[in-house]
Design a protein around this ligand. Structure first.
Ligand SMILES: [Zn+2]
Length: 402
């Protein structure tokens, strides 16, 4: 980390001539200066401007490359890449990510940081996926310390106090329930930043290196080498650290070790890939983890969604009392700018503890909804404020009647 594109260029410049096939790119200089770097920079700036979490570059089969930006859950069309510059753009991203330019048959990943002229510094992870007619590229985009995610900026009201109270306890599990692109990563990162004080030992377990957080030791799992999440968790428990962040507790064994770590006195901050809070509780019981251990270990579960934000410049109230946005210059005629997080916070106490002890799924789901509401309730409250549309609130949150 911490390498600027310029440094990377200098470093790579010497090795590049040997790496490039004669027919690969007409002129290496094109990748290092001129039109192509400018195009890549514009692509990155556009991604940051619209609040995209990733750029997807996909070969279309007719020699062109389609650029799309992921904003919230959905992909939207990105800037067009002019004909003839496609391979240059891909090569430029591979150079920046320090990847092997000639390797197109095996997947690669690498990372770099870039200080954009528009202001922010971004951490970029380049992932290639070989295929036909050519490899596709994903560039994960995360803003760096210039604008660290703060818990009180993404969670408001009672939810914020409940999360802070659970973090203060300093032990047990705080789980964030949501599928990919739900904003779970962002919320967890904010929690990790809040707990990563100099008087605490904090480790973070994930599939890839992420933007560095001061005072957090990163562990990267490599299941192909036998170092999976459960193995890393066991080692973290033996290391007797105060806080363990796990990017994803996605399998039963990892869940059991996560609960174990919480019972051993660590604060475990983890995401669990379920639709909502109710499903997260059931997933723990199915692991299987004894109900008594679940209520003992888990302090809080937060259901999350990241929903596209209606453009504040062109949104208006529609006939049925909700809000819509018709598109303007500010939002590139799309009607949306960035995303809004929606949170459903459930504390493991009182009636919910008793329901979980019963181990009866129906009792558990009914009791949680009666005591803590649903993610959909939370989404509809945000829609009433006009930040998101009613249609998106309903589409992006699970139907409690399902
Ligand atoms: Zn607009």
């Amino acid at each position: 980390m911490g390498t600027s594109p310029d440094d990377t260029d200098d470093k790579k410049l010497d090795d590049l001539d040997g790496l490039l096939d004669a027919d690969d790119l007409d002129d290496l200089d094109d990748v290092l200066e001129g039109e192509i770097p400018k195009l890549v920079t514009q692509l990155l700036e556009e991604a940051v401007r619209v609040g995209a979490s990733a750029i997807h570059l996909e070969p279309t089969g007719d020699g062109t490359i389609r650029a799309r930006l992921r904003v919230g859950r959905a992909l939207r069309e990105g800037p067009a890449i002019p004909r003839g510059l496609e391979r240059g753009v891909v090569a430029r991203l591979k150079v920046l990510g320090r990847l092997d330019l000639t390797e197109r048959r095996l997947p690669q990943w690498g990372e770099f940081t870039s200080k954009l002229e528009t202001g922010p510094t971004v951490a970029l992870r380049v992932v290639t996926l070989p295929g036909s007619p050519d490899e596709r590229i994903t560039v994960h985009v995360s803003l760096l310390d210039t604008s660290p995610v703060r818990l009180d900026e993404i969670v408001v009201g009672d939810g914020l106090e409940e999360i802070r109270a659970a973090l203060d306890v300093g032990r047990g599990l705080v789980l964030v329930a949501g599928p990919r692109w739900s904003g779970a990563d962002r919320l967890l990162e904010a929690c990790v930043r809040e707990t990563a004080q100099p008087d605490r030992a904090v480790v973070s377990i994930a599939e890839t290196f992420r933007a560095a957080i001061p005072n957090v030791h990163q562990v990267v799992v490599r299941p192909e080498d036998g170092m999976d999440t459960a193995v890393a968790l066991r080692a973290a428990v033996r290391s007797a650290v105060d806080v363990i962040h796990v990017h994803s507790l996605h399998d039963p064994e990892a869940l059991r070790w996560g609960v174990n770590a919480g019972l051993h006195g660590s604060l475990v901050l983890a995401s669990i890939p379920t639709a909502d809070v109710e499903d997260a509780v059931l997933r723990l019981l199915e692991a299987p983890i004894a109900p008594a251990l679940v209520v003992e270990a888990v302090s809080l579960i937060i259901g999350v969604r990241q929903i596209r934000r209606l453009c504040p410049s062109c949104r208006k109230r529609n006939a049925d009392g909700g809000f819509i946005a018709t598109g303007c210059d500010e939002c590139g005629r799309t009607g949306y700018v960035g995303t809004v997080p929606v949170h459903h916070v459930m504390r493991m106490d009182g009636a919910i503890r008793r329901a979980v002890r019963s181990a009866d799924p129906e009792t558990i789901v009914t009791t949680i909804r009666a005591a803590a509401g649903t993610l959909r309730d939370a989404g509809l409250r945000v829609a009433e404020s006009g930040e998101i549309s009613m249609v998106d609130a309903l589409r992006e949150t699970p139907d409690p009647a399902r």
